[in-house]
Design a protein around this ligand. Structure first.
Ligand code: F3S
Length: 425
């Protein structure tokens, strides 16, 4: 791999041990990928969360993060050396306010707080969300980033036109320390062009339908780049967030185009460059039904004991929508309602009285984590309902629950009645 003078200096240890280890990791990673060089980044999103069992083994956060995030048995002082470029923490495993309700111990809570304090000393912005673009980290078109988290990656690549691959713990940490990331994959123009054309021939309007379209697209194209044509009604941020998260779950989609709507293609021709689609697909009623059946495949029992919103983490608009449906009502005695949002937005929800509406109805507005990532559920929950294709896809296997997937209104109805009464119209 070709290195610039500043990269060579870091590799030789002229900027300290942490940057040396980080650059060493990036060179090994880049060479394994076949990258010819690194690219500068000023925007890194990573996941640095210490696990209890690892703390017992390694004894300190420095030792633990050196091992797991920098692949180094030599201990690096991350918090002392500090990040070199703007970096944020993605979602974690514990809500700092509702950790007990989530089944965490006081020891878990203390470790989480120590983890946070450590990252803050290292200069990492504690956004603690999978949707940092909702709370101020909004990369611009063409900006090279190094982000983890599949739903965030597909959102910033496609909707914003920023450039990132789905990084791992180690590469993101190394990027924080160096401001560099291998130049490959979605950093390169050609790899951003469409590969598959999907003609939409049925209604795609509400959030659930956008999730179905995403789920179908991911299943069909896997890790390639779908170009979605034929959308009649302009979506919004919430719907595109659902589309991308579902596509990244059923396949591994990190980038898509909706000509005229997403950042990089005004027309179908522009989305493909000079290439022809490798396959032409259609999303009609049969495909929509298939996606609905697939996401509801585990739903058998109509007695719902857990309703979950906020995957990816809910925007303030989504919280407002939920509150409109929930205000003055009370959720069923056998049902828990948990809504997940970035911590920064919970503050706004508190000030707006949204948190109180949710609380008065018997629900909880949580932050920082989610059921699939934090592996947490209300005690004894067996049947869940959600408007998130991603949670409906993962939670049955991660937590062994049955899942119902539907609209926001159907899920609120399930929270209030304790019954699943949804269905594809
Ligand atoms: Fe975010 Fe958890 Fe969904 S991290 S994208 S809410 S699985």
């Amino acid at each position: 791999m070709r290195l610039t003078d500043d990269e060579k200096a870091m590799l030789e240890g002229k900027e300290g041990l942490a940057r040396k280890k980080a650059m060493n990791l990036l060179v090994r990673y880049g060479e394994a990928l076949g990258a010819e060089r690194l690219v500068d980044t000023n925007n890194v999103g990573g996941y640095m969360v210490a696990k209890k069992q690892h703390m017992k083994e390694f004894g300190s956060l420095d030792a633990l993060f050196s091992e797991f995030n920098l692949d180094s048995s030599e201990v690096v002082e991350f918090a002392k050396d500090k990040v070199k470029v703007f970096s944020c923490q993605f979602e974690t495993t514990t809500d700092p306010e509702f950790w007990e309700l989530q089944g965490k111990t006081h020891e878990d809570y203390q470790l989480m707080m120590a983890n946070e304090e450590y990252l803050a000393r290292g200069g990492v912005a504690l956004m603690c969300t999978c949707t940092p673009y909702l709370v101020g980290n909004v990369p611009i078109k063409g900006e090279h980033c190094a982000w983890m988290e599949s739903s965030a990656v597909v959102y910033i690549n496609s909707v914003l036109g920023a450039r990132t691959n789905a990084e791992g713990n180690s590469s993101a940490t190394a990027a924080m320390l160096t401001g560099k990331i291998p130049y490959w994959g979605f950093h390169i123009d050609e790899n951003r062009l469409g590969t598959h054309l999907i003609d939409v021939e049925c209604t795609v309007e509400n959030q659930m339908e956008w999730g179905l379209l995403g789920y179908y697209a991911g299943r069909m194209v896997k890790e390639r780049v779908p170009v979605i044509n034929g959308i009649k009604k302009l979506p919004n941020l919430i719907k595109l967030k659902q589309l991308g998260a579902a596509a990244a779950s059923s396949g591994g989609v990190e980038m898509y185009h909706i000509p005229g709507i997403t950042a990089e293609a005004r027309t179908v021709e522009e989305a493909f460059g000079k290439k022809q689609p490798v396959e032409k697909l259609r999303f009609g009623k049969a495909e929509r039904n298939w996606a609905y059946e697939a996401l509801n495949a585990t739903g058998k029992d109509t007695n719902v004991d857990f309703v979950m919103f906020g995957c990816p983490h809910a925007s303030i608009e989504e919280i407002w929508e939920i509150c409109k449906l929930l205000e003055g009502k009370r959720i069923h005695e056998n049902t828990a309602l948990w809504i997940f949002t970035p911590r920064g937005l919970r503050e706004i929800a508190d000030r707006n009285g949204f948190s109180k509406i949710i609380q008065d109805a018997g629900g909880v507005l949580m932050s920082d984590t989610c059921p699939a990532l934090g592996q947490l559920m209300p005690k004894g929950a067996k049947v869940m309902a959600t408007n998130s294709g991603k949670q409906a896809h993962y939670l049955p296997s991660v937590m062994g629950v049955q899942a119902w997937y539907g609209t926001t209104g159907e899920c609120i109805d399930a929270a209030i009645t304790g019954q699943w009464r949804g269905g594809l119209k």
